[in-house]
Write a protein that binds this ligand. Structure first.
Ligand code: NOJ
Length: 720
């Protein structure tokens, strides 16, 4: 619901604005690097990405260089927003120019990628999603907002809710995995955590839902690549997560880089206007992805920058992230009648609305250097990062080796075991060297004795802790991989340790599912630690020594072989010839068809037993219940998953679909009855003519501790 007072202020302001000033509001500027060299930030990024410069070199260069924030343009009303400005004093200085030295005093809005923490880094989103705990997701978002706003940030380009079914895609790290419901709930929790219910609070951070839409379905798992899918699949599997995050109140949305069936999202009116605004009632701001408007020329859909600007604005794009197409061309487009003044006013209003809602007009200076310093890496934030890491790491294998006993002699192997800075994973732009603690830092802090495994030496010890996997730069944007295998060096190391005859715990650091077959062969236990953030080392030790019982469960399937991607995800569509022993069935000659570790899977130091499943139709959908008991001898948190299947439908349906879940704490011997109410809409889908239908007839309900391990109840479902 629009606030009438704000709408009036927008209207009054619009009346005073010149055409140039309106266009200025649409422009988000990045800082250009000035000094000894003339390179834009984007060029430096490209050089790092294509290998002409190492990340370290770029970091040094950027921190040594001066950034030009185009103060004259700001003064002249040609900038509405900044990308990536960090620091309260810097922000206040530039805000003062906007507010006190520009003609109309319109404040800036500053956007930054606060993806999983600002200084206190939480686990990467894919990891955190494995906690299946919306309340935790919300709390870590709140932590991010407290730190980022103290450093002058007003808006984060998060949450990303791109359903990601292909682990080759590097950006799976930023998602909540392969399921639509989980991505939606993750996004909803993040939005609430960032924004709170009062955007005028100094520590409220506007959320920007991205990448709208279906960016996770990029063909071949290759970043920036095309997306082509049926409208049914788009509606059923890809749109719902954005819808949920938008309806949670997110005040901004970022259209994706990709095209959908030939129409780039940046100029896609169906998406930006028909679905987002008309169908969902969104009245916040849309902002392009970086340079994406200009890239419509590369897509071959715009003749030039002017044409790209025209198409994007007319489709419903409000703000241009850094391409400059709007700044350079919208004035002439309006004058030539190619973009109407109403359309321009609409875009400007959407931007001004967010600035008013954040209270930037009345209260533009939100933080000070002292507040900034005090907000970062507080003990409470570190404790939360540790809790989130404990709840995110998935125990994939345990042949009875874990938990480790106190006093056990440890041999520490793998370079990632000693590298705290690698623990932050992708998108940690404000992190400083030393902020994140490695496994080795954790051992040192607890004064646990260990010896290092070196090239020549296998030290005396009772157990090897062997770190393998990916470095932070190997996942995230522009980090797609054609092979998900462990490196040769990792495989050799694991083999060498196994040959010693002593037990091995493999600790896998990665931003995506990897093919862990060699680790399964060589290690007695495997802990999927992901990129766990600031408190990596301490959290790993909490789990390894059993001070905390592992509870996380996978939200993305782990392939046996890269060639299975992306089809081994849990909710794949049924085929006419499901894989079986017979040759002419849907499978591979040289790899299994099932993933190595399925969706929903994760071990614990205790065991759970499920019984007494029951399901019945209700007025609102289906009610289901099950009893779960802790049958082991330690406390545990079990993630109870409720799936359904529609065995005979009007269109081919997924093998199973997650409908609901609950995380439950159980003492040894304790049992609880868990109930789920599945809304009837969740059972529906689109028929061949795009009518939303819910079938009469049998619906199977499957509840258990992983997609492969469930009990079944049947419901005869009747509409009416
Ligand atoms: C490109 C990425 O795709 C997007 O997720 C990010 O928010 C922007 N760059 C800004 O850094």
């Amino acid at each position: 619901m629009k606030n009438p007072e704000i709408e009036k202020r927008i209207k009054d302001l619009l009346e005073k604005m010149t055409l140039e000033e309106k266009v200025g509001q649409l422009h988000q500027a990045g800082g250009s690097i000035v000094g000894a060299f003339e390179l834009s930030f984007e060029e430096v990024l490209t050089m790092v990405q294509d290998g002409r410069m190492t990340e370290e070199e770029a970091h040094k260069m950027i921190s040594a260089a001066e950034l030009d924030w185009h103060e004259d343009d700001l003064r002249a009303g040609r900038i509405g927003s900044y990308l990536g400005l960090v620091g309260s004093e810097k922000m206040n200085r530039l805000q003062r120019i906007a507010v006190e030295e520009s003609r109309l005093g319109i404040p800036l809005i500053n956007g930054f990628d606060v993806i999983h923490g600002f200084r206190t880094i939480a686990p990467i989103p894919l990891a955190e999603s494995c906690a299946w705990e919306p309340e935790l997701w919300q709390r870590t978002a709140r932590m991010s907002a407290e730190e980022a706003t103290a450093a002058g940030v007003h808006m984060t380009f998060s949450p990303m809710v791109d359903v990601s079914k292909d682990p080759r895609w590097g950006r799976i790290a930023e998602s909540a995995g392969e399921d639509a419901l989980l991505n939606g709930l993750f996004g909803e929790a993040k939005v609430k955590g960032y924004q709170t219910d009062d955007l005028t609070r100094h520590d409220a951070l506007a959320a920007c839902v991205k990448h709208f839409a279906a960016y996770g379905a990029a063909e071949g798992g290759r970043d920036y690549n095309r997306v082509d899918m049926s409208p049914q699949r788009f509606e059923e599997e890809y749109l719902p997560s954005y819808e949920r995050a938008v309806k949670a109140g997110a005040r901004a949305v970022m259209p994706a880089f990709n095209d959908i069936s030939g129409m780039p999202c940046s100029v896609n009116k169906k998406l930006l206007t028909d679905i987002l605004r008309k169908r969902w009632g969104f009245d916040g701001m849309t902002i392009s992805d970086a340079n994406a408007i200009a890239e419509c020329i590369n897509h071959g859909i715009a003749a030039d920058r002017r044409d790209a600007a025209r198409q994007a604005l007319n489709a419903g794009m409000d703000m241009d992230m850094t391409s400059g197409c709007f700044l350079d061309h919208v004035k002439e487009l309006v004058e030539a009648g190619k973009v109407s003044m109403d359309k321009l006013d609409e875009a400007v209003s959407n931007i001004l609305r967010l600035k008013f809602e954040l209270g930037l007009f009345d209260d533009p200076y939100r933080s000070s250097a002292e507040q900034e310093k005090a907000a970062m890496l507080t003990p409470a934030h570190r404790a939360l990062a540790r809790e989130a890491a404990q709840k995110s790491m998935v125990l994939l294998k345990n042949d009875g080796l874990l938990p480790l006993k106190q006093g056990i002699r440890i041999g520490l192997a793998g370079t990632l075991a000693s590298n705290g800075d690698e623990m932050c994973g992708t998108w940690a732009g404000a992190v400083q060297p030393g902020d994140c603690k490695s496994l080795r830092d954790g051992l040192d802090a607890e004064q646990i004795r260990y010896s290092m495994v070196t090239e020549e030496l296998l030290p005396e010890c009772d157990v090897f802790l062997c770190a393998v996997g990916e470095r932070k730069a190997e996942s995230g944007e522009a980090s797609s991989r054609a092979s998900l295998e462990l490196t040769e060096a990792d495989k050799t190391l694991l083999n060498r340790l196994k040959e010693s005859g002593r037990p091995v715990v493999a600790i896998v650091f990665a931003g995506r599912p990897l093919c862990l077959g060699p680790a399964v062969e060589c290690a007695d236990a495997i802990l999927m630690a992901w990129h766990p953030g600031a408190e990596a080392g301490p959290a790993i030790l909490d789990l390894l020594f059993g001070r905390v019982n592992p509870s996380a469960k996978l939200t993305a399937s782990f392939p046996e072989a890269t060639g299975q991607c992306p089809t081994m995800y849990y909710d794949h569509i049924r085929t006419g010839r499901p894989a079986g022993k017979f040759k002419y069935t849907s499978k591979y000659l040289d790899a299994p068809v099932e993933p190595l570790f399925p969706f929903g899977f994760g071990l614990s130091y205790t065991s759970y037993q499920y019984s007494d499943i029951f399901a019945v139709q209700t007025e609102k959908g289906i009610h289901a219940e099950i009893t779960v008991q802790n049958t082991g001898d330690v406390d545990g948190d079990e993630i109870v998953q409720c799936y359904f299947r529609d065995p005979v439908a009007q269109r081919v349906r997924p093998i199973r679909k997650l409908a609901a879940f609950e995380k439950v704490t159980l003492q040894p011997g304790e049992s609880k009855r868990i109930a789920f109410d599945i809304p009837k809409e969740a059972l529906g889908y689109y028929d061949q003519d795009m009518n939303f239908v819910i079938d009469d007839g049998l619906i199977e309900i499957h509840i258990g501790g992983s997609v492969r391990d469930t009990l079944q109840a049947n419901v005869e479902y009747h509409n009416s």
